[in-house]
Design a protein around this ligand. Structure first.
Ligand SMILES: [Cu+2]
Length: 217
């Protein structure tokens, strides 16, 4: 087998080794309206990373073997004025960045577009080290909130001390909670269950215990 074929084969195997588990592990059901879009983006970024890593490591292995000391069959010729190479990698990198940007637009717009068709507003306030939820009827709960499946909620979130971050992994939501500022995210949960909220911004000694639950019935 020629060395180039071996390198290509090694690159493909390297890629499949990492891509396989990622693809098979991502086949989950959508828990919120954002889940499928965010999971698609995650998968895309991982696959692009695997592609680039495969090319880089494939080339690295190829160069290590081909240009090793003692291999007298190879002529070592320095690359000078490699304009084609320069233009090539600039175009390649630009295509990847622009494609990822374009692919992320639908998710970004559905996440940040203002809506008036929500059913209820819930004010979420963070403090060291918990979350309070206040519903439109004035009921305030600390550390948990109960909501209804398929209903659209506008979460109006802020903080009263330092910067925190409202992160619900399973519902694909993450938004900064900043003192003096109100950030909005719309939440529609499609599957009943209990979802963990974590603070995703280091906010002090108790950061690790800062969590709450969203109970969806
Ligand atoms: Cu925090």
């Amino acid at each position: 087998m020629k060395i180039k074929t071996k390198v290509s084969l090694a690159s493909v195997l390297f890629g499949l080794f990492f891509a396989g588990p990622v693809i098979s592990g991502r086949a989950s059901t959508a828990q919120s309206t954002y889940t499928s879009q965010i999971e698609f983006l995650f998968l895309l970024v991982v696959l692009v990373s695997i592609l680039i890593a495969s090319i880089v490591f494939g080339l690295l292995i190829y160069i290590i073997i081909r240009f090793r000391e003692g291999n007298t069959n190879t002529v070592r010729k320095p690359i000078q004025n490699g304009m084609r190479l320069e233009i090539g990698w600039i175009i390649f990198a630009t295509i990847i960045v622009v494609s990822l940007f374009a692919a992320s637009l639908p998710a970004t717009s559905s996440y940040f577009t203002e809506r008036d068709d929500y059913d209820e507003e819930i004010r979420v306030v963070a403090y060291q080290y918990n979350f309070t939820f206040t519903k439109e009827n004035g009921n305030t709960t600390t550390g948990f909130v109960e909501i209804e499946v398929n209903r659209v909620y506008m979460l109006n979130i802020t903080s009263i001390d330092v910067i925190h971050s409202f992160y619900v992994h399973e519902l694909s939501i993450k938004l900064d909670m900043v003192p003096g500022r109100y950030n909005i995210v719309y939440l529609q949960v499609l599957v009943p269950g209990t979802y963990e909220v974590h603070c995703a911004e280091y906010c002090g000694f108790g950061h690790y215990i800062m969590e709450a639950r969203i109970i969806v019935k």
